[in-house]
Design a protein around this ligand. Structure first.
Ligand code: KG4
Ligand code: ZN
Length: 354
């Protein structure tokens, strides 16, 4: 089975052709980062307009690199939720047009399910079996838009359970906001990661509180640490030189600690021995190193997909769609975009005691 996947939920226009076994035949990602950088974050209307310009060339490129025509496809998969409504609509219209014109089945994919299954993608030949986890596994998904821990018992929506999520900002969003406060540009993750590598977290620890270290909770909150950095900058001005590196190291260390602690706790509570990372924050070197050490200590097997599979891409959508098609599922041409995930959520957004 060869399935085309189209992803336009946020700020990447992406398309890919993937087999039911997860082999990536092509994977084209066109990032809008430069377009949104002047605003320090994604501007929804700007995103939708750019998707409309890019989606047809990106789909053509994905088909041509895979060496397949629309007529050769077994189906068209598209991110239908969650995401920016206008941005999702562009991908949906493209997918519907192509599916209808080529007479192929259409399947909508929940973007989060795509991320959670991206670990099964095979790029450039099959990896050895130990690089692909078996079910169930605990997945930490940390990106600019989402941060949550899931128990994944299988690939279908009903087999995936959120164990805890952020109550406010996503982890990547916290990196982006702190980078903006520090005058480091957008997106913030990669530059904070780089500066943190030569910083001393202890030297700036008074500026940065621990992140929701509280007891048995599997929830996160990153808005407090962002506010602490904002107060620090308001009092002392933007740090420079080594002090900037130290502050980045302290901030990153606190975020990473929370992500690692809660993920490992989830594995223990659920009695699951496999841990999978996903989302753009999975590129963070501090997170990779500390998660690897924590898993090693507790005898957990850690699976970290290559960066191209962690960030937003069409291949994970094509793969999740291929599994839906293989299960005999399909959607009608009136499939509508939804801004929220279809996965049941246990964490309520917003502050307050609970
Ligand atoms: O998954 P992604 O490409 O897009 C979505 O948000 O869905 O993730 C982008 C996020 C941004 O917030 C970016 O700052 C963060 O991932 N990021 C990182 C790193 N690379 C990207 N965060 C921390 N460390 C990194 N090395
Ligand atoms: Zn994403």
């Amino acid at each position: 089975m060869r399935v085309l996947g189209i992803e336009t939920s946020c700020d990447e226009t992406a398309a890919a052709v993937v087999t039911e076994g997860g082999d990536v035949l092509s994977d084209v990602v066109r990032s809008q980062v430069a377009l949104h950088a002047p605003y320090g974050g994604v501007v929804p209307e700007v995103a939708a307009r750019d998707h409309a310009r890019a989606v047809v060339p990106v789909v053509r490129e994905a088909l041509s690199r895979a060496g397949v025509a629309a007529a050769d496809l077994d189906g068209v998969a598209v991110t239908s939720r969650p995401g920016l409504a206008g941005a999702l609509l562009v991908g949906l219209q493209a997918a519907k047009g192509l599916a209808w014109a080529a007479g192929k089945p259409l399947v909508g994919v929940d973007h989060l399910v795509g991320h959670l299954l991206a670990v099964f993608l095979r790029r450039g030949g099959a990896p050895p079996p130990e690089e692909r986890p078996s079910f169930p596994y605990i997945a930490l998904l940390a990106s600019g838009g989402h941060t949550a821990i899931y128990r994944v018992d299988g690939p279908s929506l009903g087999a995936i359970r959120e164990l805890g999520a952020t109550r406010d900002d996503a982890a990547g969003e916290a990196f982006d906001k702190v980078a903006k406060l520090l005058g480091l540009g957008y997106p913030g993750g990669p530059v904070v990661d780089r500066l943190a590598a030569t910083g001393d977290p202890a030297a700036a620890s008074e500026a940065v509180p621990a992140v929701m270290a509280r007891k048995e909770s599997l929830e996160f909150s990153f808005s407090g640490i962002k506010s602490a950095v904002a107060r620090h900058v308001a009092r002392r001005g933007r740090p420079e030189g080594q002090a900037l590196h130290d502050l980045c190291a302290a901030f990153q260390g606190a975020v990473v600690d929370a992500l690692v602690q809660k993920t490992v706790r989830a594995a223990r509570v659920e009695g699951v021995e496999r841990v999978v990372l996903g989302g753009g924050v999975a590129a963070n070197r501090g997170l990779r190193a500390r998660m690897a050490a924590a898993c090693e200590r507790r005898g957990l097997a850690l699976f970290v997909p290559p960066f191209a599979s962690c960030t937003d891409n069409g291949a994970m959508i094509a793969y999740a769609g291929a599994l839906r098609l293989a299960a005999g599922e399909r959607d009608a041409l009136d499939l509508a975009p939804e801004t929220r995930t279809a996965l049941p959520r246990v964490t309520r957004k917003g502050g307050g005691a609970r």
